[in-house]
Design a binder for this molecule. Sequence first.
Ligand code: UN1
Length: 505
Amino acid sequence: MSGWARLGDETAALLGRLGVQGAAITHGDRPVASPITGEVIAHVHDASVADCARAVEAAQAAFLSWRVVPAPRRGELVRLLGEELRAARTDLGLLVTIEAGKTLSEGLGEVQEMIDICDYAVGLSRQLFGLTIATERPDHRMMETWHPLGVVGVVSAFNFPVAVWSWNAALALVCGDPVVWKPSEKTPLTALAVQALFERAARRFGDAPAGLSTVLIGGRSVGEALVSAPLVRLVSATGSTAMGRAVAPVLAARFARALLELGGNNAAIVCPSADLDLTLRGVAFAAMGTAGQRCTTLRRLFLHDQVYDALLPRLKGAYASVRIGDPRESDTLVGPLIDPASLAAMQAALADARAQGGVVHGGERVSGPGEGIFVRPALVEMPAQTAVVLRETFAPILFVMRFTDVDAAIALNNDAPQGLSSSIFTNDVREAERFCSASGSDCGIANVNIGPSGAEIGGAFGGEKETGGGREAGSDSWRAYMRRATNTVNYGSTLPLAQGVKFEI
Ligand code: UN1
């Protein structure tokens, strides 16, 4: 018991340093457990549906003033947020580890991802550019301009409890949009900490309107209220495909924008020419990192006949020896599963895999500190891409299959209902280019000699089919947070009509 008491104390101290008021984490009805020990480390207040309505109204009021603040000045707020995140990186990274169970290195990496998107958004705040388009009419100018959209709702998942907010919020804020955030009910503490850091940045900024950023802790009813609030013009939702199926029709019915990051069932193809040392590391990180609980986790591995017998024993060795345990310890590579439901889903998938002809290595529960749920990642040799392989199980299971023809392997990659991330390991330029081409991987992310996980923020992040089609973070993802206006300006003294239409009065 003393172990978890120390964890509770450590959490309270961290939250205090991050600026979260003590009462916010001790007096509520919702218990928050750390997956490391399974023990309750805080009690938080749930927001009500009425709180959600108030937050959206305040955000809309903030929108009316924030949208006319020059974008580079809006960028200054995000720059200050980035500074707060830099200063708080160690504490917030550790809090991510305690609350979500990912390793400390990954917790710190998540905060780094927040810092990176802030930097990106600050630069963007001096751009947000549109095109000038050739017009057929003399003495006319045609251009597009980008304006703030309105209130943005963010619904995020436990596995990236803070980075996903930042991908949306940093862009939304420079684009002129307030943000109302419903984090996963499994990870409210990191959300409260981020809100406290935002408020510090806002105080230093000086004249940020109230209501620019709000966190609503709570369960499904609060999420539903946010998604159906008429003033919320864009909802960016990360989670399961089932969640997306519930959210998308509500948004469509009121013509609001949906930015969906849903399931992934990501594959890697290993070709005969692959560098197997590099491949081994790439596969091990992508499949076992974050205990298999990333949207981008590698779940399906297609090994060419010529490399199967060379790589599989090495992979089995890595799975048998990977260090599983307390994610706060620096040599741990695999931390706990988030909760008992996750373990049940993993066991059910392994039972299905056996029934469908799979040979399972690993997958058993191992002991850890306290009551946390620790498992050895599972490597499953499958005779074919059966139903269980095509189902996303959010746990560390890697299905391994053989192939002989790379085009057939690409087709297997594309057979999954989801389309988030994918990769090929090859030193053959034809195979690599084929994989990245129009007839290659159908995913939003297609990598060469890198696993499918661990994307950096400069590129747009998201995927197709049941992944939902949304794109967050870099490239031109910012456009989702703005409305586009096409302006045609006549600076002449006649009124020529487009398409040569005549209308003389
Ligand atoms: C997620 O799992 O929800 O590419 C996001 C990656 C991370 C983001 C994952 N940068 O793995």
